[in-house]
Design a protein. Sequence first.
Length: 204
Amino acid sequence: MINLKKLSKLNKNFYTRDVNIVAKNLLGKIFVHHIGLKKLSGIIVEVEAYDGSIDKAAHTFIGKTKRNEIMFEQGGFFYVYFTYGTHFCCNIVTGKKDEGTAVLIRGIEPLEGIEIMFNNRFGLNKFLKNKKFDLTNGPGKICQAFEINKSHCGIDLTGNEIYLLENKKIKEKEIVTTTRIGIKKSIDLPWRYYLKDNPHVSKK
DNA sequence: CCACGGATTGGCT
DNA sequence: GCCAATCCGTGGA
């Protein structure tokens, strides 16, 4: 088991770099959400980069709007959006101010608060124990398990409610690079990254 | 004001 | 593999 107390929080210098650099480096980091006395955490195992300057699939491609304005801030903020009438998806804003770049979190390996996440996803049904790999393998599922919604959009990730922790360095050969999922524009950009053989990745 | 589609998920054929 | 659920951001009239 990882001793989270020894890990340092990721700072502004981490987040304000190029979106694809940050995306790759987010793999293996610990995502933490404090809710009162509850604590939920897990290892990031799958991400996608979005860059409004050249990427038609990015929410910022159309310019600044009320919905996407947090993506135009400097790196280190949290961007949450609602889609398909049913799901939230969470992103890490990256780069310098006005770049309009962010990383979508698509897969997490749960560490702390697994019982709470299970309850958030499936209720208290004990007959669903075989669902242990279906808790956080997808962006909508992550938000449901981690209790993330629109109210968390704009949070500063250097604060104490939602933040990320440093962890052991991931080797280049453990990272799979491929195209992004579920989009209809700019579908050929190889901006999806995930940890090889990890069962909490949404799709191979 | 109205129409449209989406960085998804889960259930059914 | 196919498709409904379900709502809001966005853009055009």
